[in-house]
Unconditional design. Structure first.
Length: 276
């Protein structure tokens, strides 16, 4: 059975101490990784989360939680991360842990490996389901995978081997993956002289598109107008769609879109109505 690990403080082992993060932190940054029941933010749930927090003074803390997803973990998911229904049957639910998770992340920028496309959208859904008031908009997001894909297109194991010259053991456990991700990021800040040393510029570089809603259903254009990025209205300004297709907003709310996407549509729809 996979044990739950929770550490208040974390002393970096030698392999993590090889590099010092070569960027300036104005506030803490949290590297986090999820193991889940699947890849759909609307229907899947978190079964493990590991949160590695780095403070501007260099202090590092880590906490890892096993989570009862309240749905069955498919065998296909267990085959990847090794977490079974038996492992989590007595674990707390995400809603029970939400307050502590938010407290660990609330003052921080966020980072991870493929986090902009996977971890952040799924975390946003879990937080909304738990009724947590966690503002994801007022922070930077660094995706270590995007940096790697732009510089050296491969996966986390290859990134770890390339930058750190080590084999990644226990891959697809949240804690092993996020430690490796953090080590890769520290190496990247030394390896590439053209990467600036502040979180804001690195977050911009590691973003593949300027998304409004994390799932990529809404994006910003070059003038920061919100554009629909799917379906029959793809490429259209959202206000023009609200003006011409009066049933569109209701259709979004009634169908199977991520909760965070629906929330962004609601905020934009309210602004549109107020502008009339």
């Amino acid at each position: 059975m996979k044990a739950t690990k929770q550490f208040d403080t974390y002393e970096a082992p030698p392999f993590l101490s090889h590099y010092i993060m070569n960027i300036k932190l104005k506030k803490p940054i949290v590297f986090f990784d999820l193991e889940t029941t699947g890849i759909n933010p609307s229907t899947d749930r978190i079964v493990e989360i590991s949160i590695l927090k780095i403070f501007p003074n260099g202090k590092e803390t880590i906490k890892t939680f096993l989570i009862n997803p309240e749905i069955s973990i498919p065998s296909e998911a267990t085959a990847i991360h090794g977490i079974t229904n038996e492992d989590v049957k007595d674990s707390p639910t995400f809603k029970m842990l939400a307050k502590e998770i938010v407290s660990l992340m609330d003052d921080s920028d966020l980072a991870g490996y493929n986090s902009n496309k996977f971890d952040i959208p799924l975390l946003a859904e879990e937080l909304l389901r738990a009724g947590s008031d966690f503002d994801l908009k007022k922070r930077n997001f660094i995706d270590v995978m995007v940096i790697f894909m732009k510089k050296e297109p491969r996966n986390l194991e290859a990134a770890y081997k390339f930058y750190c010259n080590k084999e990644l053991e226990n891959a697809h456990s949240a804690e092993a993956d996020i430690k490796a991700t953090y080590e890769v990021f520290k190496a990247q800040t030394h390896y590439y002289n053209d990467l600036n040393t502040d979180v804001e510029s690195i977050a911009k570089y590691s973003s593949q598109s300027k998304f409004v809603d994390f799932a990529g259903r809404l994006i910003y254009d070059e003038n920061d107008n919100v554009i629909i990025n799917f379906g029959k209205h793809k490429g259209k300004n959202i206000n023009h769609v609200f003006e011409k297709d009066t049933a569109y907003y209701d259709w979004i709310q009634k169908n199977d879109f991520p909760l965070y996407t629906k929330k962004m549509f609601t905020e934009l729809y309210i602004k549109f109505k107020q502008s009339k």
